[in-house]
Ligand binder design. Structure first.
Ligand SMILES: [Zn+2]
Length: 240
C-alpha cells in the first residue's frame, strides 16, 4: 500500500462509501480494470490479501474482557480468514414464464447504493413518524408530501435489482444482456419473482458467520468472550 492508499483508508467519508477499498484495490491490483464491479466478498478477500502482503499474516486486535475489564491484544490470522471465504460453483437461476433469469452478486458500488437507499428510507420513515406524532397534517397531505420520495426509492430499488441480473435467456434461447431490457423486465415482473430475486441475491453477498465471530480468551482471568469483529478497512485503518 502506498502512503496515498493509507491516507485514503483513514478518511471516514471515503470509507463509508467504499471508495477507499476500491482505491486500494485499484492501486495494488492494477490488473483488475474496474474494482467497482467486484462483489463485496471478492473485494474483502482482496483487501485481506493486500494487507497480508503489506503487513504480514496477523491483524492485531484489542479486546476488553467483559469480566475483569483487562484490555489485551490478540492476533487475527489472515490465512485462517481467507480459507473461510465462500466460493460459488453455480450462478443461481430463476425461471419465470419460460424465461431463465441468471443472477450475479451485487457489486461493491451497488451495495453502497443499497446502504444509501436504506438510509434515505429510514430518514423518510422517521420524518413521517414525527409528523404523525405532532399531528400536523392528515393522511392525504402526508401521502402527497412523500409520494415523490417513495417513487424515487422504488425506482432505485428496481435499478439495483436489475444490476443483480447477469442476463436473461428468453423462451427461444436468446441471451439478453441489454440493461434497458432488463430494467423494463423488472418493472413488469410479478412481485413474487422480485422477492425470489432479492432472496437469492442476498444469499450471494452474505459472508459466513465465522468470518466475523471470534472467541477471545482473557490471559488475566481466563474468561472467554465471543464477539463479532468485522475485518475491513473501517475497523483496521488505525492498525495500518
Ligand atoms: Zn479477564
Amino acid at each position: 500500500m502506498t502512503t496515498m492508499d493509507e491516507l485514503s483508508l483513514k478518511n471516514p467519508d471515503a470509507l463509508i462509501n467504499a471508495e477507499a477499498l476500491i482505491n486500494v484495490i485499484k492501486s495494488c491490483v492494477p490488473s483488475i480494470p474496474n474494482p467497482r464491479n467486484l462483489c463485496n466478498i471478492d473485494a474483502e478477500a482482496l483487501y485481506l490479501g493486500i494487507r497480508h502482503a503489506t503487513y504480514g499474516k496477523d491483524i492485531e486486535h484489542s479486546h476488553k474482557c467483559t469480566k475483569c475489564e483487562e484490555v489485551s491484544s490478540y492476533n487475527i490470522d489472515i490465512d485462517y480468514l481467507l480459507n473461510k471465504f465462500p466460493s460459488f460453483d453455480a450462478v443461481p437461476m430463476i425461471e419465470h414464464d419460460g424465461m431463465k433469469i441468471f443472477l450475479r452478486p451485487l457489486s461493491i458500488e451497488s451495495m453502497t447504493k443499497v446502504s444509501l437507499v436504506e438510509l434515505e428510507q429510514t430518514k423518510i420513515i422517521r420524518s413521517i413518524r414525527q409528523t404523525v406524532e405532532n399531528d400536523e397534517t392528515d393522511e392525504e397531505t402526508l401521502a402527497k408530501k412523500y409520494y415523490n420520495s417513495f417513487l424515487k426509492i422504488a425506482q432505485y430499488n428496481v435499478n439495483l435489482l436489475a444490476e443483480a441480473i447477469n442476463y436473461i435467456e428468453t423462451d427461444e434461447g436468446t441471451k439478453v444482456e441489454d440493461k434497458a431490457y432488463i430494467n423494463e423486465f423488472i418493472d413488469n415482473v410479478p412481485s413474487t419473482i422480485v422477492d425470489m430475486i432479492n432472496t437469492e441475491v442476498k444469499k450471494l453477498s452474505i459472508k459466513p458467520l465465522d468470518l466475523s465471530d471470534f472467541e477471545f480468551v482473557c490471559p488475566e482471568c481466563g474468561n472467554k468472550d465471543k464477539t463479532s469483529v468485522e475485518v475491513n478497512p473501517v475497523n483496521f485503518s488505525e492498525a495500518g
